[in-house]
Design a protein around this ligand. Structure first.
Ligand code: GLU
Length: 551
């Protein structure tokens, strides 16, 4: 019979600690009853994706709702796939979207908390200590199979219609002896460490997924790899060790991991760890030609969170929207609590979509318009200029050339307005929306309402210049237009005009449209009286003159 202690020494001679050392090093968390400890564990193999942001938000709010802790852990065991700047991009992105991080990587370069290091590549010794212990207990063993050998086995299994994988009679080194292992090592052969699974495919396991409900699957019987030949663990093993030592209570992650749960449960059990609660978040979906499909990193620009930053969505709008698709009861709550802090929402994992929430850009825009409408002009100025500084230099210079002017512009139909306009969803719409406030962006329009003759428009604009008074409030401003009506044979009273349209050249409304077009180049704008006040008499008259001369 193989001496497992000797085998463990042979394979991992440099490991001199036992699991007990780490169990003491990372004590239980001191949290109130029911507090949930959650985490997001991104691999820095790309940039922050919508799915990671979504899952992070779900983890964050789960911890928040229960007075728990949300931490980050960098799963960088696959150095080949790592992208430079990936950690910064993901963590800074989470911060930018207001996902507060209690512990772990709190910025791209800083770690905080006593359960670290929070980066798997720095934890090799910890994993190896637990592996060594498993080897000693006969629960893990070295496997010397080469990639070619494993391929050949897979081909054979496929040809014989047998479930592929390293299990049962196909687990070639399952019963390797100390002597055999020694001989192969002496020959310079490299090895991985595999689990000696005690499972049986015929047996079923059930577990309660906190999002998807009860799930039943065959037990794991595969002797899957725990440590790769470079001594770095696989995801399965690393996550079990980390989530145990970091005292995660709820592992909420993408549902691509659901099929691995039997492996994970087996690991937690043989390691003597309490099995955490698992919750598998369905991917965000998208409608493509009427069919629902997963948002794809390759096909969909909105899969990358940068998209939202570039377009100028406010971080709060995106999170607010993601909450509407994360929790089926969120919108009702929001209607009842329009001004409440989102963190006071009692989030329940059971209210998440099991089949995958649908991403709807129009809905995001609607949600965002409400958020933007509720901002003060000061806030909009701050956010809009910060966005423009990064993404639209020209607009940035225009906005900052005269801060007071820009703020006055942003204040129209906003500050002190009982019903602020819900016109802007994202900052990249603002340049066009406010274009006529800047001479370099303003484009005159020479098209007046069809029912108005050019000569009548001209006559009105000339008369109007004589009576305009910058001090007028909205009412007085419109009264002046109405007062000009009789002289120009326009009708000052809408009802009367409707009753007898042929008796007049048009209505007071038509006149204000002429003025609006002359001053702004647009048919629809926020309150024109305020716009003219901000633009100033000189600029308004210059534009009016330009139109008069063209008519
Ligand atoms: N590193 C894994 C991934 O990026 C994390 C899965 C988990 O949250 O446990 O998919």
């Amino acid at each position: 019979m193989t001496d497992y202690n000797k085998l463990a020494e042979l394979l991992l001679p440099h490991i001199d600690k036992t699991p007990d050392y780490y169990e003491k090093l990372y004590p239980e968390r001191n949290l109130p009853e029911g507090a949930r400890v959650t985490r997001v564990a991104p691999s820095p193999t790309g940039y922050l994706h919508l799915g990671t942001l979504f899952t992070s938000m779900v983890n964050r709010i789960t911890a928040t709702s229960t007075g728990g802790v949300f931490f980050t852990r960098i799963e960088d065991t696959d150095k080949k796939r790592e992208v430079k700047g990936g950690i910064e991009d993901i963590i800074d992105g989470l911060n930018r979207f207001g996902i507060t991080i209690d512990e772990g990587f709190i910025s791209g370069t800083e770690e905080s908390g006593i359960y670290g290091p929070y980066q798997q590549s720095k934890r090799a010794e910890i994993y190896q200590t637990y592996v060594k212990d498993l080897i000693k207990r006969g629960l893990a063993y070295p496997c010397f199979c080469t990639a070619e050998e494993l391929d050949a086995v897979r081909c054979e299994q496929e040809a014989n219609k047998i479930r592929t994988g390293y299990h049962g009679e196909y687990a070639k080194h399952r019963n390797i002896t100390l002597e055999e292992a020694k001989a192969l090592i002496d020959e310079g052969k490299s090895f991985v460490i595999r689990l000696r699974s005690g499972g049986n495919e015929e047996n079923r396991i059930t577990f309660e997924d906190t999002i998807k409900g009860k799930i039943e699957m065959p037990q794991n019987d595969e002797d899957f790899v725990l440590l790769k030949s470079d001594g770095i663990p696989t995801y399965h093993f690393a996550h079990a060790i980390d989530d145990h030592l970091m005292h995660t209570t709820h592992v909420l992650r993408g549902d691509e991991w659901i099929s691995s749960v039997p492996k994970h449960i087996e690991l937690f059990k043989i390691l003597g760890f309490k099995v955490p609660k698992f919750g598998h978040v369905s991917p965000i979906m998208k409608l493509d030609n009427g069919a629902k499909r997963k948002i794809s990193k390759r096909k969909d620009p909105e899969a990358a969170v940068h998209f939202f930053a570039e377009q100028g969505y406010d971080a709060k709008s995106v999170i607010e929207y993601l909450m509407t698709i994360a929790a089926s009861d969120f919108e009702d709550w929001r209607r009842a609590n329009p001004d409440a802090d989102l963190n006071t929402f009692k989030f329940n994992l059971k209210k998440m979509s099991v089949s995958g929430a649908l991403f709807d850009e129009n809905k995001l825009n609607d949600v965002s318009k409400i958020k933007v409408a509720a901002m003060s002009s000061e806030t909009v100025y701050e956010k809009l200029t910060a966005w423009a500084k990064e993404f639209d230099e020209e607009f940035y210079s225009l906005l900052t050339a005269d801060e007071e002017y820009s703020k006055a512009m942003l204040s129209i139909d906003r500050d002190n307005s009982a019903k602020p306009r819900k016109d802007i969803a994202k900052w990249n719409e603002a340049k066009d929306y406010f274009a006529y406030f800047f001479d370099s962006l303003y484009t005159p329009c020479y098209e007046f309402p069809e029912n108005i003759k050019a000569e009548d428009a001209k006559a009105f604009l000339m008369e109007y210049k004589k009576v305009y008074n910058k001090q007028d409030d909205r009412q007085a401003w419109f009264d002046r237009i109405k007062e000009l009506c009789p002289k120009l044979n326009f009708c000052a009273d809408t009802k009367e005009y409707k009753a007898n349209p042929t008796a007049y050249k048009g209505s007071a409304g038509d006149l204000s449209t002429i003025l609006r077009i002359a001053v702004t180049g647009r048919r629809n704008t926020p309150d024109l009286c305020s716009i003219m006040q901000v633009l100033g008499r000189e600029r308004c008259f210059a534009r009016i003159d330009q139109i008069i001369n063209s008519l």
